[in-house]
Design a protein around this ligand. Structure first.
Ligand SMILES: *Cc1c(COP(=O)(O)O)cnc(C)c1O
Length: 218
């Protein structure tokens, strides 16, 4: 099942997005047993992501390497230590405080941690920078030697209205393009099982897919 699901999605994204960029598939593996994750890695999945730091800590040692292990959940400062030096990309940096903590612990360990800044796209969302807060956060991040901002991440709202989803995605892509050159962006992480096709059409180049690869979470 996992292998077939993966093949379908990898085929769908093989031509990249309309901007001529390669689209990276990240498997969202929350609640999934390591055997299933390792099966997906054997079948060609190169990037996976956890939502909870404790789950990352527990699974990291037993997941097949090499794999790019991402973090995509809300992260508390006291859990940052589980990720530094292990996590390939922390996608969900939603405050300057968290950025500072990741920077500090990265410098202590002599590593540079890749991050994305999470953007808040709507009223019902709890986390993320607003568009107006982004530029100063990015400028500040540039002054830190322990973190490297690769781009932006966001969650689309839970709606089936494709026009709304496309407009929000397009809007985020314009903001991404506005900062792309100045801040050296490579990565726009947008799109999950239900909306990744729309997100890619609007310019996403990294999708985070859980249930469509691994099946329903119980
Ligand atoms: C769970 C999760 C996903 C994947 O969700 P699916 O709908 O199962 O594809 C993507 N991004 C984040 C931040 C998640 O928590």
């Amino acid at each position: 099942m996992v292998k077939e699901n993966l093949e379908v999605i990898l085929k769908e994204i093989e031509n990249g997005n309309p901007y001529g960029e390669k689209v990276t598939l990240v498997g969202a593996t929350k609640f999934m047993p390591v055997e299933l994750i390792n099966e997906a890695i054997s079948a060609g999945l190169k990037d996976i992501a956890e939502n909870r730091a404790q789950e990352f800590k527990d699974k990291f040692p037993i997941v097949t390497k090499p794999v790019n292990y991402h973090f995509i959940g809300h992260l508390q400062k006291n859990k940052v230590k589980y990720l530094i030096g292990k996590c390939y990309l922390i996608q969900s940096v939603d405050t300057v405080d968290l950025l500072d903590e990741i920077n500090k612990q990265s410098l202590n360990k002599n590593v540079v941690t890749n991050v994305l800044l999470e953007v808040n796209l709507g009223e019902e969302q709890k986390h993320g920078f607003s568009f107006t807060e982004l530029e100063s956060a990015l400028t500040y991040a540039k002054s830190l030697n322990g973190v490297k901002v690769l781009g932006l991440m966001a969650m689309l709202p839970d709606t089936s209205d494709e026009t709304v989803l496309f407009e929000l995605s397009k809007n985020l892509r314009s903001v991404y393009d506005e900062f792309k050159v100045e801040f050296g962006f490579t990565t726009l992480s947008l799109g999950m099982s239900n909306d990744y096709k729309i997100a890619i059409k609007a310019g996403s180049n990294m999708i985070r897919v859980g249930s469509k690869i691994f099946g329903k979470r119980y």
